[in-house]
Design a protein around this ligand. Sequence first.
Ligand code: 2AM
Length: 174
Amino acid sequence: MRLFVAIEFDEKTKSKMIDVQDQLRAAVLHGNFSRPENLHLTLAFLGEVPEERVGGIIRAMDRISSRAFDAQFSRIGQFRSERDSLWWIGMRENPCLTAMRAALTEYLTEAGYQYDKKRFRPHITIARQVVLASRPEIKIKPFGTRVSSISLMLSERIDGKLKYTELYRKKLEG
Ligand code: 2AM
């Protein structure tokens, strides 16, 4: 099973992300835009995990004692490759996020799980494989949301479409 741990967002927050996505859409020649139900922020990408090892991930998530926190979004950015680029909305640096993510990766490591070790750049992917037609005029009005849980997500490709399913939700305290 292809798994990752992520922050999921409520509809109001996602509609603000979709506003940004729509501004980008207006300027692309090509782009693979994330569907609203797929908008999330990945905390740890685990990759393929055998079904019998899912329980250990849940136990690692349950060890986290971090509190709920307010997150802010105020910028967009790109990860470029030679051919195209991935566009994202960034979550502002936040000591609560950093501490919670550090606890998660520590407990996953202690339990013997591997996760993607690239430098953590908290982001929500809004579009992949973007090729621009014109310079996008994107105005992002900073917005915020309360993060009060984290989710274990299953990633599947069904009929060519990426589908994410929440397998477990860990509530943060407070
Ligand atoms: P991305 O949006 O920047 O591609 C599910 O694939 C989630 O896990 C995505 O949010 C993706 O980030 C993230 N992820 C991190 N490392 C990954 C990897 N090596 N392969 C696929 N997805 C990865």
